[in-house]
Design a protein around this ligand. Structure first.
Ligand code: NAD
Ligand code: ZN
Length: 254
């Protein structure tokens, strides 16, 4: 394992990318902080102010559902405003260049899509907060329509197709992982020869299992994070610094 300064690190990362035939990028909340979305751990962030509503509670209680939707509507201004940053753009460039086959993300913010990467190359392990879905039949519903209904009736609507419960298309604590995405992520991980983690503390499982799976399967593992992560000891290259500048420099050095 090597631990480098940012400039040196970017060059080392570039050379690993050059040597790789199929890389996978794995992102966490840290890639989006430069867009103004607080990560999970930052003090005073939105995620620390309120106890998360877990899945069982959401399903069991109409009041929990109302509270969950109230919180979601409060965030709408932020979600509509946020834009991809230098880190997202560098990843999108690596995808365009054919260096990166897939981006596996724990983020729910849609910023990889907004950076121009196609849905086929994005795997969202924890879903997406930018739209809603019926928990029973999976039918998609737009947040603006849920909001209109909520403002008129004080309740979120039921699914128009099956009367099921409508929830943001995210995976809550206590909710089962999405099967198709888990399978796609496993396939991409096993096919890659380089696995690059950007901005994840690697404590949330099963998502945090993918870097280890890649490593055990013979891929090189790179972890770029502001602070040391839980999987530092497995990394072939561990970089501590800001994602935007380091990824930008790495892409420029290709
Ligand atoms: P985390 O908050 O546990 O870890 C993020 C890591 O990124 C931290 O170790 C932090 O030091 C680092 N970091 C922050 N900004 C950075 C930067 N500019 N450059 C380099 N490193 C930086 O996040 P996680 O591992 O993704 O797990 C949190 C869970 O919360 C995830 O499951 C995710 O679904 C959810 N979440 C999502 C978002 C989002 O969609 N943007 C935001 C917060 C939380
Ligand atoms: Zn339905």
């Amino acid at each position: 394992m090597t631990d480098q300064t940012s400039d040196q690190g970017a060059l080392e990362l570039a050379s690993l990318i050059r040597a790789s035939r199929r890389a996978v990028v794995f992102t966490g909340a840290g890639i989006s902080t430069e867009s103004g979305i607080p990560d999970f751990r930052s003090r005073g962030g939105i995620w620390t102010k309120m106890m998360p509503i877990n899945f069982d509670e959401f399903v069991a209680s109409a009041e929990a559902r109302r509270e969950s939707w109230r919180r979601r509507f409060e965030m709408e201004g932020t979600w509509n405003k946020v834009k991809p940053n230098a880190g997202h753009n560098a990843v999108a460039e690596l995808v365009r260049l054919g260096r990166v086959t897939h981006v596996i993300t724990q983020n729910i913010d849609n910023l990889h899509q907004d950076s121009g990467i196609s849905e086929e190359q994005i795997i969202e392990l924890h879903g997406n907060t930018r739209y809603a879905k019926c928990l029973d039949c999976g039918q998609r519903m737009e947040i603006a329509n849920v909001r209109k209904h909520f403002e008129s009736y004080g309740e979120p609507p039921d699914c128009s197709a099956c009367d099921g419960i409508v929830k943001t298309a995210t995976i809550s604590f206590g909710q089962a992982m999405p099967e198709v995405e888990m399978e796609r992520a496993t396939r991409a991980t096993l096919a890659c020869d380089l696995f690059v983690v950007l901005g994840s503390s690697l404590v949330v499982y099963p998502a945090a299992g993918f870097p280890l799976l890649a490593k055990r399967n013979g891929a090189q593992l790179v972890i770029l994070n502001r602070e040391p992560t839980e999987q530092e000891q497995y990394a072939d290259l561990a970089l501590h610094g800001e994602i935007g500048p380091i990824m930008g420099a790495a892409v420029n050095a290709l």
